[in-house]
Design a protein around this ligand. Structure first.
Ligand SMILES: [Fe+2]
Length: 256
């Protein structure tokens, strides 16, 4: 099975471009499942429900979230109504939506989980114990499992990779928008990478106009962030899984 995970989509234009190219990408990379982190897809916050729908209609199998997912109230009904739209699992139980879903991938039951980190991030419940709870609760109900761990600190993400090694088939980080070069298979067969990057304008600072960001750094004057223009870069990782051995056999970074 081949699973593509795409990093944080930074604005609605990037979402539209990804959606328009995704069936061709699925075909050319022989993909069985596509996960996209959409927590910034409304530009910084998001996504708006329309943007989320564009991605789902374009061939995305699951939208994962992060620290900005719940900042768009308009998304709440989709979070509650469509199990392909996730928010982090380690939030209070009262918040809309769910932090995981069991979805079909090539005829297998794929458990997709989403959590946020706690180092240099807003307070949340323990992500390690939140993931444990999901794996316990759903034992026997899934064949394969993966986690989008939306976190700032590399060390926390690596800790999660080793914590889940052998228990899930893929653990990858999102949130920083900058891909790391440490894709690997951990000792017990979990595919891992600290950050998979982003999907947004190539000439930008994390998706934002370089001019605006530089102006803010140089002057400390308030200025509204705006998305950068120009060519869209799509970054992600393909995990190849051996379904019967329940192991990852290959982790490849891709730029599309
Ligand atoms: Fe984030």
């Amino acid at each position: 099975m081949r699973i593509l995970a795409i990093g944080d989509v930074t604005d609605p234009r990037a979402a539209s471009e990804l959606a328009s190219r995704l069936w061709e990408i699925r075909r050319s990379l022989s993909l069985d499942f596509v996960a996209v982190n959409a927590e910034n897809a409304g530009f910084i916050v998001g996504p708006d429900p329309e943007v989320a729908q564009t991605l789902l209609d374009g061939g995305v199998d699951v939208l994962t979230g992060g620290n900005h997912t719940l900042q768009k109230k308009g998304l709440f009904s989709l979070l509650d109504g469509d199990r392909r739209v996730l928010r982090p699992a380690n939030y209070p139980p009262e918040v809309p939506g769910a932090g995981y879903a069991i979805l079909d991938a090539k005829g297998y039951r794929l458990l997709v989980m989403n959590a946020v980190g706690r180092v240099e991030m807003e307070p949340s419940d323990c992500p390690f114990r939140a993931v444990d709870k999901i794996l316990d609760r759903e034992e026997g109900n899934y064949d394969l499992a993966m986690l989008d761990f939306h976190a700032e600190a590399s060390g926390e993400k690596m800790a999660m990779g080793y914590y889940l090694d052998g228990r899930v088939q893929a653990v990858y980080g999102t949130h920083t928008h900058v891909p790391t070069a440490d894709e690997q298979i951990l000792p017990h067969g979990t595919g891992y990478i600290t950050d998979i990057g982003y999907c947004g304008p190539r000439d930008s600072i994390l998706g934002i106009s370089t001019e605006v960001v530089l102006h803010r750094y140089l002057t400390h004057l308030p200025e509204r962030f705006v998305p950068a223009e120009g060519e869209i870069r799509i970054e992600g990782v393909v995990f190849t899984l051996d379904e019967s051995a329940r192991r990852c056999t290959k982790v490849e970074r891709v730029v599309l």
